[in-house]
Design a protein around this ligand. Structure first.
Ligand code: 4NP
Length: 161
């Protein structure tokens, strides 16, 4: 849980269930932050609570594992009002998530909202497609999007070289 009095950048990645896309976005960004030695707090959450307490979907776990990352320790949770103070940046996977976040954002809260692909030059305004009901290619795309955004987002918020 990010501490609202902590001045370090803190990034929360948000999708619907917090078991497919945002765990991959969290993992790719954590790996980028570690590569750069950037001091950033990182978490993920879902706008829905159906999967609260569950580990990431096995297909996301496998995708992360193929890229050398173990996300099996992650547990899904729902976004809460306190997140809008605790995190400096809340990054949504798609427009529905972004709209839900905008609706629940307390007035004057510090968190800046964006879409993940806003951080990839030329792909601003695009969504990371929901892979839950589809085949493995959706998870490949979700990983590729997460990985593509990680470095740009890190540069933007943490000034990493
Ligand atoms: P996510 O994918 O939002 O990327 O975690 C989904 C996970 C679960 C559901 C929908 C999307 N669901 O309807 O349960």
């Amino acid at each position: 849980m990010a501490d609202p009095s902590d001045p370090r950048p803190a990034v929360l990645f948000v999708c619907l269930g917090n078991i497919c896309r945002s765990p991959l976005a969290e993992a790719a960004f954590r790996a980028a932050a570690e590569r750069h030695g950037a001091d950033v707090q990182i978490d993920s959450a879902g706008t829905g609570n159906w999967h609260a307490g569950e580990p990431p979907d096995p297909r996301s776990r496998e995708m992360a594992r193929r890229h050398g990352l173990d996300i099996s320790g992650q547990r899904a949770r729902q976004v809460r009002a306190a997140d809008f103070e605790a995190f400096s940046h809340i990054v949504a996977m798609d427009h529905e998530n972004l709209a839900a976040l905008a609706r629940m954002r307390p007035e004057g809260a510090r968190a800046e909202l964006s879409l993940l692909l806003d951080h990839v030059p030329g792909r601003e305004g695009q969504a990371v497609g929901d892979p839950y009901y589809g085949g493995p290619e959706g998870f490949e795309r979700a990983w590729a999007d997460a990985d593509a955004a990680a470095e740009g987002l890190l540069r933007r918020i943490a000034g990493a070289a």
